[in-house]
Design a protein around this ligand. Structure first.
Ligand SMILES: Cc1cc2nc3c(=O)[nH]c(=O)nc-3n(C[C@H](O)[C@H](O)[C@H](O)COP(=O)(O)OP(=O)(O)OC[C@H]3O[C@@H](n4cnc5c(N)ncnc54)[C@H](O)[C@@H]3O)c2cc1C
Length: 280
């Protein structure tokens, strides 16, 4: 079952209500090849908070599974203090973590890791890798790699097909780092999707009008801007560029309330509803 649809979310809720009656071990994580680990971390910390609210936390052994070589790597070789902060969170909230592992098999009652570890589980949520949509898969002329994302130049024009452009998730982004034994991919979050969408719109206009040099910005050079929800807490992630080398990079915890996450959502919806998408 996929949690990222309204129906999937509602059935996950029903499953958790069932779980409450018979609590047991839980496994949350990202599988090999996954790239948007932040979203899985969010689910982990939100679920941990929910377990405490339901007063069943002590009955639940909570496990985190990730292909990242260390906590807070996020597919971009981490951010300053990120590993220390997430390790602290794991210790504080009594979460057992397994880094640098893939998932070999999922059964009704367990998750079997690539290193042979078998973790019992009454409930699990695992984030798989993102892949391109079916129309890309059905268009072999686009010459996409196995992940079905579109190969583009830094202008977000297809590498060889001049009338094809891609923005956001659809763009193929090569990992900037050497992969370890367990592969993972780069995060493709909302902010770079927004930025590349604007670049494509401007470049298409320039191409039609035949004016000016096309705008270029490699994915890894787009600023990092993200708020990670962590169960009525949050971690604000800001950097001048997503990939290293970076001039500055900050991870700021806010343990009082997830204020910025809520603010960002309200601001984004306000902007889109009024057609003000040119705003940052
Ligand atoms: C569980 C989860 C949590 C996330 N959390 C965060 C977060 O906290 N912060 C953050 O910044 N990012 C987050 N992301 C990533 C973020 O959602 C993506 O970066 C962003 O949605 C990408 O935008 P997009 O427009 O490129 O693609 P999408 O949002 O996927 O939009 C593509 C659209 O195209 C439509 N479509 C597909 N095929 C066709 C077709 N043939 N014809 C017409 N339409 C079609 C789809 O239905 C979809 O509406 C999360 C992702 C997931 C899965």
């Amino acid at each position: 079952m996929y949690i990222g649809t309204p129906t999937g979310a509602m059935s996950t809720r029903a499953k958790l209500e069932e779980f409450k009656k018979k609590p047991g071990p839980i496994v949350i994580g990202a599988t090999q090849g996954a790239g948007c680990m932040g979203a899985a971390y969010e689910f982990l910390f939100n679920l941990e908070k929910w377990l405490r609210d339901q007063k069943i936390r002590k009955k639940v052994e909570l496990h985190w599974v990730t292909p990242e070589p260390y906590l807070g790597h996020f597919g971009i070789d981490g951010m300053p203090l990120g590993e220390a902060m997430l390790t602290k969170f794991m210790d504080m909230f009594n979460i057992t973590y397994h880094t640098g592992v893939g998932v070999n098999e999922v059964t009704a009652t367990s998750v079997i890791l690539s290193d042979g570890t078998v973790i019992d589980s009454e409930f699990k949520m695992l984030m798989p890798p993102f892949t391109g949509v079916d129309f890309i898969e059905n268009s072999p002329g686009l010459n996409c790699p196995a992940n079905q994302f579109i190969p583009t130049l830094p202008t977000y024009r297809h590498e060889t097909l001049t009338n094809v452009w891609a923005a956001g998730l659809a763009v193929n982004v090569a990992p900037p780092l050497e992969q370890g034994e367990v592969p993972f991919s780069v995060p493709k979050t909302g902010y770079p999707s927004d930025v590349t969408g604007k670049i494509v719109a401007n470049n298409v206009i320039k191409t039609i009008k035949g004016t000016g040099k096309l705008e270029e910005k490699a994915w890894g050079e787009i600023p990092g801007l993200c708020v990670m929800d962590a169960g009525e807490k949050e971690v604000i992630i800001v950097s001048n560029s997503l990939f290293k080398p970076r001039v500055f990079a900050l991870m700021i915890p806010n343990v009082i309330f997830d204020f910025f996450k809520v603010f960002l959502e309200k601001y984004f919806m306000w902007k889109i509803r009024r057609g003000l998408s040119y705003l940052p």
